[in-house]
Design a protein around this ligand. Structure first.
Ligand SMILES: Cc1cc2nc3c(=O)[nH]c(=O)nc-3n(C[C@H](O)[C@H](O)[C@H](O)COP(=O)(O)O)c2cc1C
Length: 291
């Protein structure tokens, strides 16, 4: 039999891993991107802290983000005081990994961290988001989320409020993309940022990072017309025009390649006629007019 390159072959049995605190990196493997969080310290300096436990939380209607931190970090103190922070995402750059690693060493005051910082901090381009209430952002980042801490909803939720870790529920106020990435965000282009990855802190002496391979895209499998696909596509075009399930069922005959174009046309017609709910009758009416 040929040797497999990834060691967990079919003959390799599953065995229990002992549960420990910080289980995601002490009892298991977890690789992901991470955010460099900028926040303002009590002297007005922008602080940078790396956070792997940092992911989309609410994605429909509300845009929010969750960060899980040790409760004594600079970031937690700053965000609780000012309510503001920015999540900066950088592409993989071997020369910058050392700085990120050092930023992750607990207990350093902001001035000490900024003395060896190799990232360029700049003012936010968003009106009203300047110092001293809002942090600077990292010019090297390919995207930045500018956020506000949702103190009210944290206090209403016992899991977020009483956990031994700090759970920062952040509402995303703005998403800033570098201009050259804006045209790629809908996946029509051929480029994807080479997002830096981490595999966390291991065995008391090492922190693991990963270099990403260039991303590639595959066409979505064509499994025939499904009204769920139409419904999903239709309802993410314009939040002011909602398609009913019945309307989506009527539109399953459209070839995949033209689906988006046709749905955008229906949304345009709906808006021109002041229609907020596209139902089956509206689709029938448009079909009748086209004949
Ligand atoms: C890549 C990377 C990811 C990290 N992710 C987390 C995390 O998700 N949660 C956490 O509490 N600490 C995490 N750390 C450790 C923090 O960065 C560390 O506590 C640091 O002191 C935080 O900086 P601050 O005190 O300036 O906020 C991470 C460190 C690195 C290098």
């Amino acid at each position: 039999m040929t040797e497999k390159t990834n060691s967990s072959g079919l003959g390799d049995p599953f065995v229990p891993s002992p549960m420990r605190d910080n289980w995601y990196q002490s009892s298991s493997f977890y690789g992901s991107s991470f955010a460099l969080i900028t926040s303002v310290d009590e002297t007005g300096l922008t602080n940078i802290g790396p956070y792997q436990l940092s992911f989309p939380f609410e994605v429909i209607k509300r845009r929010s983000w969750m960060v899980i931190s040790r409760p004594t970090s600079n970031t937690v103190a700053n965000v609780r005081r000012t309510r503001k922070c920015a999540l900066n995402f950088v592409e993989y750059d071997a020369a910058k990994i050392q700085t990120i690693l050092e930023f992750g060493y607990p207990g350093q005051p902001t001035a000490e961290k900024m003395a060896y910082n190799t990232f360029k901090l700049v003012d936010s381009p968003t009106p009203g988001r300047g110092l001293p209430d809002h942090p600077q952002i990292i010019a090297d980042a390919f995207q930045v989320f500018e956020c506000t801490l949702d103190v009210e909803r944290i206090n209403e939720n016992p899991i977020l409020r009483d956990s031994a870790s700090a759970h920062l529920l952040l509402n995303i106020d703005n998403i800033l993309l570098k201009q050259s990435w804006l045209g790629q965000v809908d996946g029509r282009g051929d480029r994807m940022p080479r997002i830096a990855l981490t595999y966390g802190f291991r065995g008391a002496s090492s922190f693991w990072f990963g270099e990403t391979q260039p991303a590639y895209k595959l066409p979505i499998p064509d499994k025939g017309p499904k009204h769920e696909v139409v419904h999903y596509e239709a309802n993410r075009i314009d939040p002011e025009v909602i398609f009913s399930l019945e309307a989506s069922k009527q539109l399953t005959g459209i070839p995949r390649a033209f689906l988006r174009q046709v749905l955008e046309g229906i949304v345009r017609q709906a808006k021109a006629r002041g229609v907020a709910q596209v139902d089956a009758a509206f689709v029938t009416e448009l079909n009748r007019e086209r004949r």
